[in-house]
Design a protein around this ligand. Structure first.
Ligand code: FAD
Length: 506
């Protein structure tokens, strides 16, 4: 039988060849296959993202291109809004089938609905697959009696009623259907991975983490090499101050789908079975993957998940509008070395340990500055290489005690928390070299160092390094009272509405 069809495989997340059901479908029974990625201006014009993340994406595309080329194909990187370019190319290329991995983020849902309609009109068959998460959020809600599981525990009990996450599908065939020769607009020189300059970036990336499925698989293998480490993993016991990361740093690869969550999960379960004795969710590594699925599920089912206003899960809080304090935090100039060092790590590496994220998120919101979590979310979204819609919003609501977590009185001290992990402040000295000669005794509170000590350390507080922007000891107590009042007000629908009406979300 001669194969006649032509398929278009649309990569968005899922930038991998392993465990890629959309790829298997696209490659099945067709004469030609067009693997496409669209550089959608929406992602870097409307909501600017840092150079580290965009570079991570381009590295991932280059890696995908290499892997496809080894199978007789290549990646076609198209420039522009997919709603405009895809209908054009499927017409030009005679595409009969469009395959892609489902994306549940709000922008993607809208875009994909529109593209689905256009495909229907053009008589292009559309096949989609859910493979970015362990579970289908729709099925999880069904398993929870039709209600959104709003706590991790509820999520766990819902998924316990479901079949285990699907196993990874077989690898991509060694030979893929070719791209039709002379297809208009598919020429090699017009469809390469763009340079940073082409999309308007002038800065150079600074992170030491590099994108792509090849790097992701190598990192997964290395992370799971020490099986004892895997089965003893407990997130709260890993250090946020370690210069060599104490967790896997697979998050940026998970964000872009360079690694499959299901492959990661299957490998962990295999090791746990082998070793028998192991830690458990929520703190185990399997537990970390469940956190990700939890936020994807609750985020998918909650209207306005990325806002305070109109978000039924989110406490309505009259946060202060203080651009000066926000900027000091964003730029790592709060005068609290633990906080500033983490923010500099964010700028340089685009990644920080989970508890480091806790520290700076608590500091910005209920802990010290009383600034809205949505501003912190935006900073993270811009600078994290793993910036992920549902996970980022969910965790910010958690840390600001706006949703999921209500013990707002448990505040991270910007002075003593980091000390527990790193008495000598090596992490601070690494990311804030201006403090490198400050004696260990003062490293978390350099403003308390006597003048002669500051002079000797060549770091005068208020000149070479800022004084604290707020006084933690008093400010966090005021904030506790404000949080208590906000919580009380949220018990009354009328007061909750008054707060929302009086708040201008930026
Ligand atoms: P590991 O501990 O090795 O965990 C393995 C994987 O589990 C991670 O790669 C990640 O995919 C998942 N995971 C781990 N912790 C969480 C968690 N708390 N919630 C959801 N998934 C988790 N993570 C992101 O991937 N993108 C974000 O934008 C993001 N924003 C955050 C914002 C705040 C305020 C906070 C407190 C946390 C945020 N996290 C985010 C969650 C978490 O900090 C990172 O996923 C984790 O630190 C990544 O490092 P790792 O890969 O070494 O994690």
């Amino acid at each position: 039988m001669t194969k006649k069809g032509r398929s278009l495989l649309w990569f968005r997340k899922g930038l991998r060849l392993h465990d890629n059901p959309a790829l298997l479908e696209a490659a099945k029974d067709v004469e030609h296959l067009f693997p496409v990625f669209c550089i959608d201006p929406h992602f870097y014009e409307k909501q600017p993202i840092g150079v580290n993340r965009i570079n991570f994406l381009f590295e991932s595309l280059a890696d995908l291109h290499e892997s496809l080329s080894a199978r007789g194909s290549r990646l076609l990187v198209l420039r522009g809004d997919p709603k405009q370019i895809l209908p054009q190319v499927w017409k030009d290329w005679g595409v009969t089938k469009l395959c892609y991995e489902q994306d549940t983020e709000p922008y993607a849902l809208e875009r994909d609905n529109e593209i689905g309609e256009l495909a229907k009109k053009a008589k292009v068959e559309v096949k989609t697959f859910l493979s970015h998460t362990l579970y289908d959020p729709v099925e999880v809600k069904k398993a929870h009696g039709g209600k959104t599981p709003e706590t991790y525990k509820a999520f766990q009990s819902a998924v316990a009623k479901m079949p285990p996450p699907p196993s990874p599908v077989r690898d991509a065939p060694e030979k893929l259907p070719t791209i039709a020769p002379k297809a208009k607009g598919a020429e090699e020189k017009a469809t390469g991975v763009p340079t940073l300059a082409e999309v308007g970036y002038t800065d150079k990336p600074t992170t030491s983490f590099h994108g792509g499925e090849t790097k992701a698989l190598a990192r997964l293998t290395k992370s799971l090499e020490d099986k004892e480490w895997v089965v003893q993993f407990e997130k709260p016991k890993t250090s946020p101050a370690a210069l060599e990361p104490s967790t896997t740093v697979l998050s940026p690869y998970m964000k872009f789908g360079c690694i499959s969550a299901r492959l990661f999960y299957a490998k962990l379960v295999q090791i746990e079975k082998e070793k028998k004795k192991h830690t458990s969710p929520p703190t185990s590594l399997v537990g970390q993957l469940l956190w990700r699925d939890f936020f994807y599920t609750v985020g998918y089912h909650t209207p306005n998940f990325h806002h305070m206003l109109g978000n039924p899960l989110c406490k309505q809080i009259q946060w202060d509008v203080d651009p000066v304090l926000y900027k000091a935090w964003d730029e790592g100039r709060t005068g609290y070395p633990w906080i500033d060092a983490i923010m500099v790590q964010l700028q340089q590496q685009g990644w920080m340990h989970h508890l480091a994220r806790h520290s700076v998120a608590c500091f910005l919101t209920r802990g010290d500055l009383y600034v809205s979590w949505t501003l912190g979310r935006d900073t993270f979204d811009r600078l994290l290489i793993d910036g992920d819609h549902f996970v980022n919003n969910g965790n910010w609501m958690w840390l600001s005690a706006s949703a999921f977590f209500s013990q707002f009185f448990r505040v991270y001290s910007p002075i003593t928390f980091g000390k527990k992990y790193d008495k000598q402040g090596k992490f601070i000295k690494h990311f804030l070299p201006v403090l490198k000669d400050m004696p260990d005794k003062y490293i978390y509170e350099p403003w308390t160092a006597p003048e002669e000590v500051q002079k000797k350390a060549k770091c005068i507080i208020g000149k070479d390094y800022p004084k604290p922007v707020v006084e933690h000891a008093t400010k966090h107590k005021d904030n506790l009272n404000r949080m208590k009042s906000a919580y009380d007000a949220n018990k009354s629908p009328q007061k909750r509405k008054e707060i929302s009406d009086g708040f201008d979300e930026m």
